[in-house]
Design a protein around this ligand. Structure first.
Ligand code: TYD
Length: 196
């Protein structure tokens, strides 16, 4: 079973996935990254020293990192019958690149054809007002290149996610990100147990 976690900045996704993985006694991975080569690509995508990365290049690098992560980590783990938990996947590219960066769903789906052929069974989208999310990460010492985007950009990401959740209602479960982390965790674990 392949399960992904999606959401904007400051939704607590990373803490959540750690706790869920522990409860299920499984490992977890993340995108962009998750393998040595994909993490190297991640640095080009997110390091603020690379301000000149264009939207097309960004989308292509994300697709490249994803292809590498699929071959090195996700597909072998699924083949050995593990539950694969991943912090972000193709829906991030749909919300951020296709929708917020205006590259369009068709282009992003095309360059991610390999991921399209390996879609998650279940996706949790943690929905939160970006103003709340950004205020939660305000005391972080490090901001990546995408954290530095405007509030309008993050509002658009949220709009994108809400559209995607409507496009794939059987796969995507929307969770209210303003609930306590304990309650969100409880909802996620109960949904996973129900689907297993
Ligand atoms: P992440 O490490 O999850 O950071 P955060 O804690 O800020 O959520 O994700 C890194 C950034 O990469 C995040 O701003 C979203 C962005 N991203 C995309 O724009 N498209 C993608 O396909 C992926 C996987 C991530």
């Amino acid at each position: 079973m392949f399960i992904t976690f999606e959401g904007g900045e400051g939704t607590g996704k990373t803490t959540l996935i750690k706790d869920v993985a522990e409860a299920l006694r499984q490992d977890y991975s993340r995108e962009p990254g998750g393998s040595r080569i994909a993490e190297a690509i991640r640095d080009i995508i997110l390091n603020p020293i690379y301000q000149g990365v264009t939207p097309f290049t960004e989308a292509l690098l994300l697709a490249a990192a994803r292809a590498q992560h699929l071959d090195e980590v996700i597909l072998p783990a699924l083949a050995s019958n593990q539950i694969v938990l991943c912090d972000r996947y193709l829906d991030s590219s749909l919300a951020y690149q296709a929708y917020a960066r205006d590259l369009g769903f068709e282009f992003v789906l095309n360059i991610n054809d390999y991921a399209v052929r390996n879609m998650p069974d279940l996706t949790f989208y943690i929905d939160l007002d970006p103003i709340v999310g950004i205020s939660r990460i305000a005391n972080r010492s490090k901001y990546d290149r995408l954290d530095q985007e405007t509030v309008e950009f993050h509002q658009k990401v949220r709009e994108g996610y809400l559209k995607i959740a409507k496009m794939y209602p059987d796969r995507i479960v929307t969770i209210d990100g303003s609930l306590s982390i304990e309650e969100i965790k409880r909802q996620i674990i109960s949904k996973i147990r129900e689907s297993l």
